[in-house]
Design a protein around this ligand. Structure first.
Ligand code: ATP
Ligand code: MG
Length: 293
């Protein structure tokens, strides 16, 4: 670690680590390979990484040991409720590590929200769960567990659980079903609330601009299609998140045009079907490699 370089905390190994490194790579940052080390160094950018357990990332960022961090909103949210003065700020939502914190009930139960009243709920997220319950006007007992929360109902420790779910497979395997959503979560880029020295602030701005570019690019697509003049207005309305498209006459085909546009929102099959329905033909959707707006 060196004080003339920006410090960023990312998960050492787990669900967020590959994509956290992938994001930095897409932002053009080369990280020196390391095996079993707690830190890693960028070779072409003034950045050091601290490779830690995800639970420790908010602490490092709050205390200013690291100016930046990549962490799930679930972990950040739980930390912030326990330490509201920490002042960690979300700089960007990163679009990976998506999951939801959900209340789950036994599969055979006919669930109603009022069932939670006076019950015991096992969770690794006691503060988020407590807050959600309070918002719903429900009082229940929280049983805090570090892991294997989904076993709690079977063991008779609690009647319900509040746990992270992505596909729901783990719940199902344990005879549970999701019944309420407490929090939708994804990985976020966070910065410390502490003051950042000017040298680091410049690097931080540069890194943030590049990361914003990567996020934009991953969602954006370049669309090319052909269409008759009569369809151009409709097509302009359908193209998701596009500024005015470029419209070029097609050689030798009177009244037909090529349309090109950068779409800054996801382009789904449904969008293509809609475009075709409006009269578009030969529709191509292409990835964009880099973008700076
Ligand atoms: P660590 O050793 O770093 O403490 P961990 O076991 O607490 O790791 P992981 O299971 O690697 O954490 O998950 C890290 C983050 O990935 C979670 O906090 C959450 O934000 C996100 N995530 C995405 N999908 C899921 C899922 N299905 N279950 C749990 N976490 C998920
Ligand atoms: Mg953890």
């Amino acid at each position: 670690m060196s004080i003339d370089r920006l410090q960023m905390a990312i998960q050492k190994s787990g669900r967020l680590s590959d994509q956290s490194r992938g994001l930095l790579k897409s932002a053009g940052i080369k990280i020196q390979a390391n095996k079993g080390q707690l830190t890693a160094r960028a070779t072409n950018f003034p950045l050091d990484l601290m490779l830690v357990r995800d639970d420790d990332i908010p602490t490092f960022v709050a205390d200013g040991v690291c100016e930046l961090g990549i962490v799930g909103e679930n972990v950040l949210g739980e930390y912030a409720l326990g330490r509201p003065e920490a002042g960690i700020e979300i700089l960007a939502r990163l679009g990976f590590g998506r999951c939801s914190l959900k209340i789950a009930a036994p599969q055979e139960e006919e669930f109603d929200l009022s069932n939670l009243e006076g019950s015991r709920i096992a969770t690794s997220y006691p503060l988020l769960t407590k807050k959600w319950l309070a918002d719903q006007g429900i009082s229940a007992e929280i049983v805090t567990m570090r892991g294997a929360v989904e076993l709690a109902p079977r063991l008779g420790i609690a009647s319900y659980i509040c746990d992270l779910v992505s596909t729901g497979q783990t719940l199902e395997a344990n005879g549970l079903k999701p019944v309420q959503t407490v929090l939708e979560s994804e990985a976020v880029l966070v910065r410390t609330g502490r003051e950042i020295v000017p040298d680091h602030a410049a690097a931080l701005d540069q890194l943030k601009t590049r990361i914003d570019g990567v996020i934009q690019t991953s969602e954006s697509k370049y669309i090319v299609l052909n269409a008759p003049e009569s369809a151009l207005d409709d097509i302009g309305r359908i193209l998701p998140g596009a500024d005015a498209p470029t419209v070029i006459p097609l050689a030798g085909r009177q009244g037909h045009f090529a349309v090109q546009a950068v779409c800054q929102e996801s382009v789904f099959w449904e969008t293509l079907e809609e475009l075709k329905g409006a009269g578009a033909r030969d529709i191509l959707v292409m990835p964009i490699e880099k973008m700076m707006l």
